[in-house]
Design a protein around this ligand. Structure first.
Ligand code: FAD
Length: 694
């Protein structure tokens, strides 16, 4: 029979959907059941006695391609998974994904010539490696690197290694994509051969996904040419097997209802607490910092007593969120899983290297509520992947259109801030999508990410209590059918409301399960861990400091000033402490307005607060304006080796402050602006200029 146009469109769509699907999916890093063993003690699986030899691991599991990731927030890990999946489905590579921190690298000189290594590397903060890539980075960039066969850098010891590299960065930062650039340089210097160009994705320009897509096609062409591969027709193969366990009830004490690991399940949380093992911390106090009807900013005191967790002023705390009940319901109902939500299931990787991103046996409800990022923006590729599982052909055609037409997708999805379940609801007009394999959802959605907050208390003043200052995300775009509610901040808001005896936990009925799995978070608790940072006060308190922190960017500076006031009170010599703070209106969102006066009483003239209110007068005034006014003093303090700090909005404010500082230095030292910029650069290099931006 002849194919008519519609058939061709549908066929093309199916193919597109399948191919696209294979570019988005999650192959979790190697190893068996991390939740039963290693993660329960808070250590990576490899540290619990598993082999750290990647070559051996690849041989054992019959792999010829390893995709390493250096990831901080999960995006690099997701891209690594997508590459692994695509390499397998389209080109027949036997791929695996590997966390960089799980292996040793001194045997890379023996990496088999017929195999491929892929590096997906995010750059973090000031050009730093992500936490899981620190050791690898130090090794591969080391001046006196030595490999297992004794080869040193001069012998080009990596002559056998073929690799591919993609970096995730943000052009608003000084050291844009420096991880991938440096690793690429080191590998090349050691004799390794890169296939295709080293890709660079730019989060700052908002083009990360498009940069990735544009980079990978020519990269695959080079890989095919070099390794003699041919593209084949891709078919959907689930990564995970989901089995109903009718013999188990959700109340059974072996069933995970959101507990992050075995110790938590057994009701005895145990340290060390870290990114794999949260501490269920009490919220000791909470309050509202804004005086506005439509906006909230939370101050919370979180207790870490007895956890063995410690922090130093300038560190970050990570909050592990729970999805809003309203969105959990929407997600389960639209997938036709509403009635089955408390059915016990086990989830297993169908490939030995596929790691399930949450512990099981569990329930659909627990997986969606505690482990999946269900509210995030929708990926266009994922929409293509889902199309083939549409309830009917009309819906399929719409999904295909959304998946293949960039502008249409932006208009209908991105610009309306929809999450996946909201989109599915709209496209199918509420008809359930019962054909979508649940495995596809686990593969295609990110693991829920803890959110970081700059600690707004001083560890010198309150070592067992961490303060946070968090503005509650709530956004209604014109024409959008839903109000976008930030996952974590609204969760915190409902905890605060509960603490204050509010009978309606949230005006939008988000309905968070705030008592946690099996009531384990009862009494107002939240899962946390602490992340240490390099954003630090000078060790000598007599050194002057200048801080620029508009909005919640003031968080770490409240900690800094609190600390310096306490040091002064204890008789230490504390230097000039200058803070630039900005917000909309003095009466509305002037954070910690009354505390500054207390610190001033202690620090006297050594504390200067310069405020900028953008909506109080006819003219918008920002912190940059205040900096210009006080330019001469700033320069004078810098000449006395003042430390300069910026915190808050990465995309505009931090960049503008950086260039303004160069200009001020140029003006008051009577040097060229280029020279001014160089001075700022040198300040950054020597840690005299520090940023904590997001
Ligand atoms: P999320 O649900 O993560 O949403 C965040 C944003 O993502 C939304 O506002 C929206 O722009 C976008 N988004 C989400 N879903 C969609 C969708 N479906 N469609 C389109 N867009 C969408 N914040 C503070 O308030 N105080 C701090 O001190 C602080 N310190 C930080 C320090 C560091 C090192 C970092 C990295 C971040 C810090 N943040 C801080 C930011 C904080 O981590 C969170 O990002 C913020 O609170 C929002 O979290 P959320 O879960 O409420 O919102």
């Amino acid at each position: 029979a002849q194919l008519d146009t519609l058939d061709i469109i549908v066929l093309a769509a199916l193919l597109l959907g399948t191919v696209a699907y294979f570019t988005k999916g999650t192959y979790w890093a190697v190893y068996g059941d991390p939740y039963g063993n290693s993660l329960a003690t808070g250590n990576g699986a490899a540290k619990a006695g598993k082999s750290r030899n990647i070559i051996e691991k690849m041989e054992e599991s019959d792999k010829n391609c390893v995709v390493f990731y250096g990831s901080q927030t999960g995006t690099a890990e997701d891209y690594a998974s997508r590459l692994a999946k695509e390499g397998h489905s389209r080109f027949g590579l036997n791929t695996m994904v590997a966390d960089l921190e799980d292996y040793d690298y001194d045997n890379l000189d023996k990496f088999p010539e017929d195999k491929l290594a892929v590096f997906v590397l995010a750059t973090y903060g000031e050009g730093e490696p992500t936490d899981n890539a620190v050791e690898f980075y130090e090794f591969i960039g080391s001046e006196d690197i030595t490999f297992s066969e004794g080869g040193t850098a001069d012998d080009k010891p990596l002559g056998v290694l073929k690799y591919v590299a993609f970096g995730l960065g943000n052009n608003t930062y000084e050291h844009y994509n420096s991880m991938v650039r440096n690793v690429d340089k080191f590998l090349t210097k050691l004799g390794a051969t890169r296939l295709g160009a080293a890709g660079e994705g730019d989060d700052g320009a908002g083009t990360m996904e498009e940069d990735f897509l544009a980079w990978k096609e020519p990269m695959w062409a080079s890989v095919c040419e070099s390794m003699g591969l041919e593209e084949r027709e891709a078919v959907y193969e689930p990564v995970f097997e989901i089995t109903d366990k009718p013999e188990l009830s959700a109340e059974d004490d072996t069933v995970y209802l959101g507990e992050p690991n075995k110790n938590h399940l057994e009701g005895a949380q145990k340290g060390p607490y870290n990114a794999n093992n949260p501490f269920i911390a009490p919220i000791l106090e909470s309050s509202e910092l804004f005086n506005a009807r439509d906006r909230n900013c939370l101050h919370m005191e979180i207790g870490i007593n007895g956890s063995n967790l410690s922090y130093t002023t300038g560190d970050h705390i990570a909050i592990w969120p729970t999805n809003a009940g309203k969105e959990v319901d929407r997600f389960l109902n639209i997938l036709g899983l509403g009635e089955k939500r408390h059915t016990v299931i086990t989830v297993k990787g169908l490939d030995p290297t596929a790691k399930v991103p949450f512990p099981s046996p569990t329930t659909y409800d627990a997986v969606v509520r505690y482990h999946m990022e269900i509210c995030a923006p929708v990926s266009r590729q994922f929409v293509s992947a889902i199309a083939q599982f549409s309830p009917n052909d009309d819906i399929k055609a719409e999904m295909v259109k959304l998946g293949s037409e960039k502008d249409y997708f932006h208009e209908k999805v991105t610009d309306r801030n929809l999450n996946l379940a909201q989109l599915l609801e709209i496209v199918s007009k509420g008809e359930p999508w019962s054909k979508i394999p649940f495995s596809l959802m686990i593969e295609g959605l990110l693991k829920i990410q803890p959110r970081y907050y700059s600690i707004s208390s001083s560890s010198f003043v309150q070592k067992d209590k961490i303060s946070i200052t968090a503005v509650v995300e709530s956004m209604h775009k014109e024409g959008a059918p839903h109000i976008l509610k930030g996952v974590t901040t609204n969760y915190l808001l409902s905890l605060k409301q509960k603490q204050h005896g509010d009978p309606t936990p949230d005006p939008h009925g988000l309905d968070y399960a705030i008592t946690g799995p099996r009531n384990k978070y009862d009494g107002i608790h939240v899962p946390i861990h602490v992340r240490h940072s390099n954003f630090k006060l000078p060790s000598d308190p007599s050194k002057p400091v200048i801080m620029v922190g508009p909005g919640t960017g003031v968080a770490p500076f409240r900690a800094f000033v609190q600390e310096r006031a306490a040091l002064a009170k204890s008789g230490q010599n504390v230097g000039k402490t200058v803070l630039f703070f900005g917000c909309r209106k003095r009466e509305e969102d002037f954070l910690y307005q009354h505390e500054w006066a207390e610190y001033k009483e202690i620090l006297g003239d050594n504390f200067e607060l310069h405020t900028a209110f953008s909506r109080d007068g006819p003219q918008k005034v920002y912190v940059q304006h205040r900096m210009e006014e006080y330019g001469e003093e700033i320069n004078k303090l810098l000449e006395q080796k003042a430390y300069f700090y910026v915190c808050g909005d990465a995309s505009n404010m931090a960049r503008e402050v950086n260039s303004l500082l160069g200009k001020l230095i140029a003006k008051y030292r009577n040097v060229s602006e280029t020279k001014g910029e160089e001075i700022v650069k040198a300040m950054r290099a020597s840690n005299q200029y520090q940023e904590d931006v997001w």
